[in-house]
Design a protein. Structure first.
Length: 470
């Protein structure tokens, strides 16, 4: 859930478009879609995770519309033990042992099979961290991140201004014997971590770090490197539809004594913090940057990847998905590689990236309006150009140098405005890539599976698919 921050910088910049190269990865045709939620009313903002100790165990958690459903709290959860074909579902955080969950779920399995989750409360101004040791069937809160003491180290004067005025958009990641969470703390980004020594063995979260130079830098992500180092990315934007800049910070020793270093500029995006586009007319979009760090020990071990949305001309709604990579821990970055291979000026938005830890290959997914030309047919539900969307993806098998032919993942075409969800598709999508199979999750009101109880009302269900690299 994005909230409007005050005092955001005015930014105007330009970035030349980089042509798409061709990678060798190919994929099957549109995969079988599965309606996970099959629930009355709307769901959006989905997190998905695959258990590396049992890849048939997949977990999805999403927002639900509380007011429309007469709820005071709660999130939707789906758990599968057959690779995503069938799901057991329930509401969690509906004033149960997880408290009064509001929204913004984030999930991460570690190498031991621990599943970590973070989210926001309805009322409490803290960030909970929950752990499941049974594949997502049950969670227990193992951390509750509260305002740090006044002596918390900062790298730049004033970075703790407004600290914990509110908390927003937490993201969690677990690997290399540690788990980290980062969120916007009502001004700067704030991060903390804990050691993990085995299955169910999670230590205490340290007091946390204010990330320097991140005041009003939001909508970010966090990743763990092969030596346990930590990188965060966030977007410094205007409050509305103006330009945006992406910055990263690196903590060189993770749970060690060092703190995050000064911010490093990566690229301009032309995407503001609340950038309204045709297919996301009520909620708007941000650049939605995401990170993936190669820890495989393979050819590109240590390479870190950054995905983001670029608007080719400010307020053109011609948004594309780009990936850059760094081989020196984020100090310098490659040129941007355009992932979507269409030749239209329509919108692509809300990307997600994931790296397969068994191969080092990359998967990227996003919403895509390329087929909505306003002329009817597949991709156009209402004769209006660039207001419908499908879900698309692509793979890279050469370390992000290029991406293969794009594949349409969603079998149907959705229109977010028809759902009357208020936040359209939400602020982000879900993706988990393991063992050569990518598992995306997205909000969909096409009712292409015929399982949506609100199909005639065009409300949003949570869909997924299994997308293998062939």
């Amino acid at each position: 859930m994005r909230r409007l921050s005050e005092g955001l910088l005015m930014i105007a910049a330009a970035l030349a478009m980089v042509p798409v190269a061709t990678a060798t990865a190919t994929v099957r045709a549109t995969p079988t879609n599965v309606d996970v939620s099959q629930r009355h009313l709307n769901e959006s903002e989905e997190a998905i995770a695959v258990n590396p100790t049992n890849p048939k165990n997949i977990v999805v958690v999403t927002n639900v519309g509380h007011k429309e459903a007469g709820l005071t709290a709660g999130m939707f959860e789906g758990v599968s033990f057959d690779g995503g074909r069938t799901w057991s579902t329930k509401l969690i955080g509906n004033n149960d042992n997880l408290g009064d969950a509001c929204c913004d779920p984030s999930l991460s399995f570690d190498q031991y099979g621990n599943l970590f989750m973070t989210y926001l409360f309805q009322v409490e101004n803290t960030v909970p961290i929950a752990l499941s040791t049974d594949g997502g069937l049950n969670f227990n809160v193992v951390g509750d991140i509260v305002a740090p003491p006044s002596g918390t180290p900062t790298k730049s004067g004033g970075d703790n201004r407004g600290l914990f005025r509110f908390v927003d958009q937490p993201t969690i990641t677990a690997a290399h014997g540690e788990v980290w969470v980062i969120f916007n703390a009502g001004g700067p980004m704030f991060a903390t971590g804990a050691p993990v020594s085995g299955f169910g063995q999670v230590g205490s979260f340290f007091v946390g770090e204010v990330v320097p130079g991140t005041n009003n830098c939001t909508y970010g992500d966090i990743a763990i490197g092969p030596a346990g180092q930590i990188m965060q990315v966030c977007t410094l934007t205007e409050s509305g539809q103006g330009g945006g800049k992406l910055f990263v910070n690196i903590d060189p020793d993770g749970l060690g004594p060092a703190n995050f270093g000064d911010r490093i500029f990566v690229t301009d995006t032309h995407v503001g913090g609340f950038d309204f586009i045709g297919p996301q007319p009520d909620r708007s979009v941000d650049a939605e940057p995401g990170l993936a760090w190669d820890r495989t020990g393979g050819l590109h071990n240590g390479r870190v990847y950054l995905i983001y949305t670029l608007e080719q001309k400010n307020e053109s709604d011609n948004t594309d998905i780009f990936v850059r990579y760094s081989d020196d821990g984020g100090v310098t970055w490659s040129s941007g590689v355009r992932v979507n291979d269409d030749s239209t000026v329509n919108s692509q938005f809300l990307p997600k990236i994931s790296l397969d830890p068994t191969t080092g290959n990359l998967a990227a997914v996003w919403y895509d309006s390329r087929r909505d030309l306003g002329t009817g047919g597949s991709g156009d539900s209402d004769g209006i150009a660039n207001d419908d969307a499908q879900f698309w993806g692509a793979f890279s098998t050469n370390g992000g140098v290029s991406f293969g032919a794009n594949v349409q993942i969603s079998a149907g075409t959705s229109n977010a405005a028809d759902s009357r969800n208020g936040i359209d598709y939400g602020d982000y999508t879900g993706l988990s890539f393991y063992g050569g199979v990518a598992h995306p999750s997205w909000s969909d009101n096409s009712n292409s599976t015929g399982n949506n109880p609100d199909g005639a009302l065009h409300q949003l269900d949570i869909y997924t698919a299994a997308l293998p690299v062939s």
